[in-house]
Design a protein around this ligand. Structure first.
Ligand code: AMP
Length: 216
């Protein structure tokens, strides 16, 4: 099974993708997480990516497509792939289709989580991430038990550099201009499912599960 969790930054794609992959044993492929790991390691890829990420702009397609090609060929025992934060441009979407069709595979469903810009800004500005294990919290909607520390591993929580309000506005603008048009591409293929992103993490998760069950 191959799924894409689609939607604007801050809509909860990462949180939902982590829950789904754990429950259904999918390989969670988040290009944002891969890039952040490279930035942390200080690799050439990380240095290049950081210059775009800090401004809220997209990392060039050829770099992202290269990363995905490597992941897809990396055969794994999981039952499927769940892409999160990829594709973000029509070029990436077309490249993914080509890579999959060479392996005789195709995307089963694109789940688009929909939310207004106003709600997104509220969510992103309260978002905190664990520096050790990457778990995500929200200071109002999903606070950790001990403020500033991860419930799972005790690591310190921090705010991503690109979660500041001015960078969020750029990321939203980039999303509406470069990424949202992909929905038309998948709608034509009949695989686009839209769900409401308002409500708790569990509300959204159960909407996603309904879509998954409809397919599986
Ligand atoms: P995310 O964690 O998915 O919000 O990604 C954080 C940042 O990483 C984005 O704002 C982009 O700068 C970069 N990035 C992640 N995925 C992609 C992608 N598929 N294409 C281009 N840039 C990406």
């Amino acid at each position: 099974m191959i799924f894409i969790i689609f939607g604007p930054p801050g809509v909860g794609k990462g949180t939902q993708a982590a829950k789904i992959s754990q429950k259904y044993n999918f390989l969670h492929v988040s290009t944002g997480d891969i890039l952040r790991a490279s930035v942390k390691e200080g690799t050439e890829l990380g240095k290049l990516a950081k210059s775009y990420m800090d401004k809220g702009e997209l990392v060039p397609d050829n770099v992202i497509i290269g990363i995905i090609r490597e992941r897809i060929s990396d055969k794994d025992s999981k039952k499927g792939f769940l892409f999160d934060g990829f594709p973000r441009t029509i070029e990436q979407a077309e490249a993914l289709d080509n890579m999959l069709s060479k392996e005789g595979q195709k995307i089963d469903s694109v789940i688009s989580i929909e939310l207004s810009d106003e709600e997104i800004v509220k969510r992103i500005s309260g978002r905190r991430v664990c520096e050790k294990c990457g778990s995500m919290y929200h200071i109002i909607y999903d606070p950790p038990t001990n403020m500033g520390y991860c419930n799972k591993c005790g690591g310190g929580l921090y705010q991503r550099d690109d979660d500041s309000e001015d960078v969020i506005r750029t990321r939203l603008e980039v999303y509406r201009r470069q990424t949202e048009p992909i929905k038309k591409f998948y709608k034509r293929g009949g695989i686009l499912k839209r769900i409401d992103g308002l409500g708790t993490i569990d509300d959204v998760f159960s909407r996603i599960e309904k879509v998954l069950k409809g397919i599986g």
